[in-house]
Design a protein around this ligand. Structure first.
Ligand SMILES: [Fe+2]
Length: 506
């Protein structure tokens, strides 16, 4: 047992961790990163996440001057002035976890706002605002954002400033690519370089931790986290471009074992995300799929389309299908997650069953039959099995929320000429830079395939509202991310209904 563990145990014995989750050391190795001190102990901000009707995760990560564990206090109130504190506790920010803490106050009221803050070493954090999920029987509208892909070098996080200012949201769903692992690139070496990341390609725990710290210092991202609870899952770049299962997409740098890299990446992801202890990694394994229910209107099934997937067929890339695409046993979710999803939709009665996931699900074959091997098009048997399985369990219109492609899309999920679901794809927060209103190739795909209905190549996010058995999708686009001050505008308002796949203009 380390000194840190002993300290946590001691706090437990003294009852000081009541209501808080004590993070016990998973792996005890030194991992303190030298971080700039100029913004104080709380320079990485605060966050909350995974709202349930009676609890929510509160998060912060300290940047102390020494590698010692730092005791902290937290408090949660029903007002932003902290006149009515309803929960408080203590926790220990340990260097074993990059001085990050996750605390989970219990016994909260459903569907209401709370404010929280932390105190340590005589300093007080920024105030965060959060919200619990509605009571299970409450038939209330649910409003949220779907966002993804925030490559730091490619643009400012102005979109997050607009998300932060939206007072109506219940939560933000972030479906992946929270960081990008790539090395610093010099100006002139890359077509888009709005700002630079520090350091080499992330491979070690310290490097991933430092990358999260750099992202978390962004004031717009901090503002979004402080304004709303996040429900976060990873895609590929939290580890490495286009990895699946235990298969890296390219050979690893000399001396790097992919399993160790994955373990480091998952550990840093957990440390830096406001997620529940169910997502604690076990070395290179992690269980990120989970269900969150928002009253009678919607259940969000958060999926992991990376960790259990078969290798991309035909050597990855976008190309005509080779034989391997037609593998009838193809796996995207893997057998265990697929079975869990079927149980999960059968186990709740919300009007809308929403799949929060990463990769494009609606078919998008090009004029010569070419498909993206890193999307569900590379695994049509898995897509058919999942969508038919959902239909067999009474889900008339699974609503699929996606990211990954840095473009906004809307379309129907077709299986053998039959629409079995409706997909809304959020564009990127910053990845691929300023963008444009539309890609010619995408417009040609929409012209060729009636099930594809909308496309935008700007940066932004999608704002959703689940109400009265209908899901609204407002596609929010920014004209630029290369310089500050972009306004957000809604470029499309589309709607689908729980009772059948379809997309209408709202
Ligand atoms: Fe991305």
């Amino acid at each position: 047992m380390t000194t840190t563990d002993r300290h946590i145990l001691d706090l437990h014995r003294r009852g000081l961790l009541t209501g808080a989750l004590a993070l016990t050391a998973l792996v005890t190795q030194p991992g303190c990163v030298a971080l700039a001190q100029d913004q104080g102990l709380f320079g990485l901000g605060v966050a909350s996440g995974d709202p349930w009707p009676d609890s929510v995760v509160l998060w912060t990560r300290l940047t102390p001057a020494t590698p010692d564990p730092v005791p902290l206090r937290w408090e949660l109130a029903t007002d932003d002035g902290f006149g009515q504190v309803v929960a408080r506790g203590e926790a220990l920010a340990s260097p074993d976890h990059a001085h990050a803490v996750h605390v989970i106050p219990q016994g909260l009221q459903p569907g209401r706002r709370y404010w929280y803050r932390f105190h340590a070493q005589g300093q007080t954090s920024p105030v965060g605002r959060t919200r619990t999920a509605p009571a299970p029987g409450a038939d209330v509208p649910v409003r949220f954002v779907n966002a993804s892909c925030q490559r730091y070098e490619h643009g400012l996080f102005t979109a997050w400033r607009h998300v932060a200012a939206d007072d109506t949201l219940d939560f933000v769903f972030f479906n992946g690519d929270y960081i990008y692992e790539y090395a610093h690139r010099a100006a002139g070496s890359t077509p888009i370089l709005v700002r630079a990341v520090d350091g080499p390609e992330c491979v070690t725990l310290d490097q991933y931790r430092a990358r999260y710290a750099q992202y978390r210092r962004d004031p717009d991202l901090q503002a979004a986290h402080a304004a709303h609870p996040f429900i976060v899952v990873f895609d590929d770049h939290e580890v490495q471009n286009n990895w699946v299962s235990d298969i890296p997409s390219v050979p690893q740098p000399a001396g790097v074992e992919f399993a160790l890299r994955k373990a480091a990446a998952f550990r840093a992801w957990y440390e830096n995300m406001p997620v529940r202890p169910g997502a604690l990694p076990r070395g290179a394994e992690i269980t990120a799929y989970r269900r969150l229910v928002f009253g009678r209107q919607m259940a969000l099934h958060v999926l992991d389309t990376r960790g259990y997937r078969d290798d991309q067929p035909c050597g990855d890339g976008r190309k005509p299908a080779c034989e391997a695409v037609h593998n009838p046993a193809a796996q995207v979710l893997g057998p265990a997650q697929e079975a869990w999803l079927f149980d999960s939709v059968a186990g709740n009665s919300a009007a809308m069953q929403v799949l929060g996931q990463q990769i494009f699900m609606a078919p998008r074959p090009g004029p010569h039959g070419e498909v993206s091997m890193d999307s569900w098009d590379g695994y049509p048997a898995a897509r058919a099995r999942v969508m038919r399985g959902l239909r067999q369990r009474g889900v008339a219109n699974p609503i699929v929320l996606t990211g990954d492609v840095h473009r906004a899309w809307a379309g129907l999920v077709m299986v053998d000429e039959q629409a079995l679901g409706t997909e809304f794809v959020a564009t990127s927060i910053s990845s691929d830079g300023d963008g444009r209103d539309a890609d010619q190739g995408a417009l040609a795909l929409i012209g060729a395939h009636p099930h594809l209905r909308f496309h935008s190549a700007r940066r932004g996010y999608t704002r959703h509202e689940a109400k009265d058995g209908q899901m609204l999708a407002e596609f929010v686009a920014l004209p630029f991310v290369s310089h500050p001050g972009a306004e957000a505008r809604i470029v499309a308002r589309l709607m689908t209904e729980a009772r059948a796949p379809g997309i209408i203009t709202a």
